[in-house]
Design a protein around this ligand. Structure first.
Ligand code: G3I
Length: 368
C-alpha cells in the first residue's frame, strides 16, 4: 500500500517536473533529506570535477555531499609510468570537494584492473612488490588529511568467495590484502580504510569478504569499513541478501556503505532467457529495447526497486554511513557500454537531460 502511494506521488511529481522543465534548485536535495542518516555521494568524472557544465554542477552541488572519483585515482592514471605520478586531477578533485564541502572517498589503491601498462605484464616479484609498496606509500601519504577515506583494496574476490588470482595474489601471496591495509594505515593515519567489492551481498562472496575483514582485524591492522558496490538490476533485486549482508558486516564492527549504486534496466547476455543474444539485428534490438525512451512501466519498476532499497538503508541507518551513486545522469553511466557496447541504459536517478526520474522521487518519498 505504502509503496503504491510512494510510486503514485513519484510519477505525478515526475510528470509535473517534466512538463515544467525543472532546474536543480526546485527539487528536494538528497543530501539534506538524509543528512541525519548517511552521506549521499556520486562518482564524478574529470569534466564534472572541473565544472565543465554549470547546470550539472549545480545539480551535483545540491544533491551530493560526498564524491568518489570514477577513474582519476586509479593506478593507471595516478602512476602512468614507473615512479612517475600524475597528481593534478586528484588535486583538482580535493579542491573541488573542499570548496563544496564534500567528503572524498579515494578509489582505489590496489586493484587488478586499470593498472598502468608497465604493470600489466610484470613477471618479477620484487618489481611487483616495489610498485605495491611505493604506490600505496606515495599516494596514501600525499592525500592523508586531504581526503576522508580510501578503497584500499578493490575487488579481490572471485564469485565463490576465494581470492581472485590477480597479479598481486600471484606475486605477493594471499597476505597482500593485510599488507595493503598495514601500509595504508601507516601512510594515512587520518584516513578511513575500506575494502570494496561487487556481489558481496551474495552468500559465498560475502563469506569471502568476512574472512578478509576478520583476517585484517586479527592481524591488528585497521579496517574501518566495507563497501558493497551495488551494481544491480531493477527487475532482479537481491534484497534479502543485501539485508543479511548489512547485518553480518555490521556485526564485525565496521562501517557498511553502498559505494557504486546503479540499477540497470536492460537484459544481460547471461540472463537465462536472453541466451540467444546474437549478432542479428533482432538479437541486438532485444538486448537494447529502450532506445526511444524509458517506458513508464520500467521506470516504475525501477522506482520501486530504489524505494525498497532506501527503506532498507533507513532501517539500518545506524550501521550504514554512505550511499554513493555510480554517476549522476543516465547519459554518462558506464552501463551504456557494458556488458554490451552502445546500449541505452537508465540506471540512475537523473535522466539524460539531468531531469529527476520517478526513481528520484521514490527515493525522496522514503526520506520524508
Ligand atoms: O578516457 C578514455 C578516452 O580517451 C578513450 O577515447 C575511450 C575509448 O575507449 O576510453 C576512455 O577511457 C575509458 C574510461 O572508462 C573513461 O570513460 C575506458 O576505456 C574505460 O575502460 C573506463 O571504464 C571505467 C571502468 O571502471 C574500467 O574498469 C568506467 O568509466 C568506470 O565507471 C568503471 O568503474 C568500476 C569501478 O571502478 C569498480 N567497480 C566496477 C565499476 C564499473 O565497472
Amino acid at each position: 500500500m505504502v509503496t503504491k502511494r510512494i510510486l503514485k506521488i513519484a510519477l505525478a511529481a515526475t510528470y509535473l517536473f517534466c512538463i515544467s522543465g525543472v532546474v536543480s534548485q526546485d527539487i528536494p536535495s538528497l543530501k539534506e533529506l538524509f543528512k541525519n542518516d548517511f552521506l549521499i555521494g556520486a562518482a564524478l568524472n574529470i569534466s564534472q570535477i572541473t565544472e565543465k557544465d554549470p547546470v550539472e554542477d549545480a545539480l551535483i552541488r545540491r544533491q551530493f555531499n560526498s564524491v568518489t572519483p570514477e577513474n582519476i585515482m586509479k593506478a593507471e592514471h595516478m602512476q602512468p609510468r614507473w615512479n612517475e605520478y600524475n597528481f593534478e586531477p586528484s588535486d583538482q578533485l580535493v579542491a573541488y570537494a573542499r570548496k563544496n564541502n564534500m567528503k572524498v572517498n579515494g578509489h582505489a589503491l590496489i586493484w587488478h584492473s586499470q593498472l598502468p601498462p608497465f604493470m600489466r605484464q610484470m613477471k618479477d616479484k620484487d618489481s611487483v612488490r616495489s610498485f605495491f609498496v611505493n604506490h600505496i606509500n606515495t599516494i596514501a601519504a600525499r592525500y592523508d588529511g586531504k581526503i576522508d577515506s580510501w578503497d584500499v583494496v578493490n575487488e579481490a574476490l572471485e564469485e565463490d568467495g576465494t581470492l581472485r588470482k590477480s597479479i598481486f595474489w600471484e606475486k605477493l601471496g594471499e597476505d597482500y590484502i593485510v599488507e595493503a591495509f598495514r601500509l595504508a594505515q601507516k601512510a594515512a593515519p587520518n584516513t578511513k580504510l575500506y575494502y570494496n567489492d561487487y556481489n558481496i551481498e551474495q552468500p559465498k562472496k560475502r563469506a569471502g569478504a568476512i574472512a578478509i575483514i576478520k583476517k585484517i582485524q586479527a592481524a591488528g591492522v585497521r579496517i574501518d569499513g566495507v563497501g558493497i558496490q551495488g551494481h544491480w538490476r531493477s527487475y532482479d533485486m537481491p534484497l534479502k541478501n543485501i539485508e543479511e549482508s548489512v547485518k553480518e558486516f555490521a556485526a564485525l564492527g565496521v562501517e557498511v556503505m553502498f559505494t557504486e549504486l546503479d540499477l540497470g534496466v536492460l537484459p544481460n547476455p547471461w540472463d537465462g532467457n536472453s541466451a540467444e543474444l546474437s549478432k542479428t539485428s533482432e538479437g541486438s534490438a532485444r538486448m537494447n529495447p529502450y532506445t526511444a525512451g524509458l517506458p513508464d512501466s520500467v521506470a516504475q519498476t525501477q522506482a520501486k526497486a530504489y524505494a525498497d532499497l532506501f527503506k532498507l538503508f533507513l532501517k539500518y541507518r545506524q550501521y550504514i554511513t554512505r550511499i554513493t551513486f555510480w554517476g549522476v545522469g543516465d547519459g554518462h553511466s558506464w552501463l551504456n557500454g557494458w556488458p554490451i557496447r552502445g546500449r541505452t541504459n537508465y540506471p540512475l536517478l537523473f535522466d539524460r537531460q539531468l531531469q529527476p526520474k520517478p526513481a528520484f522521487f521514490s527515493v525522496v518519498a522514503t526520506g520524508k
